[in-house]
Design a binder for this molecule. Structure first.
Ligand code: ZN
Length: 309
């Protein structure tokens, strides 16, 4: 019997790069994505279709997608904030589209200037676009509930609200929902409770992935809790790229290297070659001089006798 497969979705080229001031050259992005795919990463969120004036760091997303599509065994994912972004994503030929829906309406208005109702209408419009495509060209469509574990503007988010939004996303035509700890507020008990509640509401196979942050140091503990309640896909970022502006010294996203180490050392299979993954840091570091890369494993090294199976 094979080992349990845990999917790591690398979000560094999107989430990491959008949270730093420097703009990584296209050539380096391509090299980085290639190196990670060669290390065995099966899904990469390579960019976001947002106007270049808002996120100049991701202005070349269409070119990045075109390159990523040439790599074998890689799911090419992008984030889109609205219909226009989804149209561009479809035109680029991505495999997966994720749209964030903020659980906190205050956050949604601040972030995308839309209420929940307006966002859900936008999502329905995207669904119609995707349904108009031949099945084999249709990207997977995920609605990701951000600030699901608490919001910096509204504080705690009631569980009832998350369940309502998860149902609304599925009704609006998403294939799957995701939960995102955008603010790094979650703790392991809360993760288990909310994941189980959402799975019970929308179906076990309709929530498989979480996007966790390590802002308060609980990223890996939360990841482990998530696995225990059946989550099989975890987002993380190489070197925790992007950092966390509110917690100096803390990475924003979970560090991919540390997450892969934890999973592989527990006997779970990520399909990722940790040595190759560690080597790919060099590409990021030299393309972004002066940028801090995080990670315990890269600092401390692998334990003596550690073997990758
Ligand atoms: Zn993130």
């Amino acid at each position: 019997m094979g080992k349990t497969l845990i999917e790591i979705s690398e979000v560094g080229p999107r989430d990491g790069l959008q949270n730093i001031a420097a703009i990584m050259p296209l050539k380096a992005k391509k090299a980085w994505i290639t190196a990670m795919a060669n290390a065995g990463v099966r899904e990469i969120e390579v960019g976001s279709f947002v106007p270049a004036r808002i996120l100049p760091q991701l202005a070349d997303t269409a070119d990045v997608v075109a390159h990523a599509l040439t790599l074998t065994n890689l799911t090419v994912a992008v984030l889109v904030p609205n219909y226009k972004g989804a149209e561009n994503a479809v035109r680029a030929g991505v495999h997966k589209i994720t749209i964030p829906l903020s659980a906190s309406e205050t956050h949604s208005l601040a972030n995308v200037k839309r209420t929940h109702t307006q966002m859900l209408e936008e999502i329905q419009k995207i669904t119609r676009l995707l349904k108009s495509l031949p099945k084999e060209q249709r990207p997977k469509f995920e609605g990701s509930i951000s600030t699901a574990f608490g919001c910096t503007l509204e504080g705690p988010v009631p569980e009832k609200k998350i369940l309502e939004l998860a149902t609304a996303l599925m009704t609006a035509g998403c294939d799957e929902v995701g939960l995102s700890d955008t603010t790094g507020y979650a703790n392991p008990v809360q993760i288990k409770r909310l994941v189980c509640a959402v799975k019970n509401t929308v179906g076990d196979d309709k929530l498989t992935g979480l996007h966790l942050h390590n802002t308060r140091g609980l990223g890996l503990a939360n990841a482990l809790a998530a696995l225990e309640v059946g989550i099989t896909t975890l987002d993380s970022s190489l070197g925790g790229l992007g950092g966390c502006p509110f917690a100096p010294g803390a990475s924003g996203n979970i560090v991919t290297e540390d997450l892969v180490y934890m999973l592989e050392s527990m006997g779970l299979d990520t399909g990722i070659d940790l040595n190759k993954l560690l080597a790919s840091r060099q590409i990021v570091q030299s393309a972004l001089p002066g940028e801090t890369l995080f990670g315990f494993i890269p600092e401390a090294g692998l334990p003596l006798g550690y073997e990758m199976v």
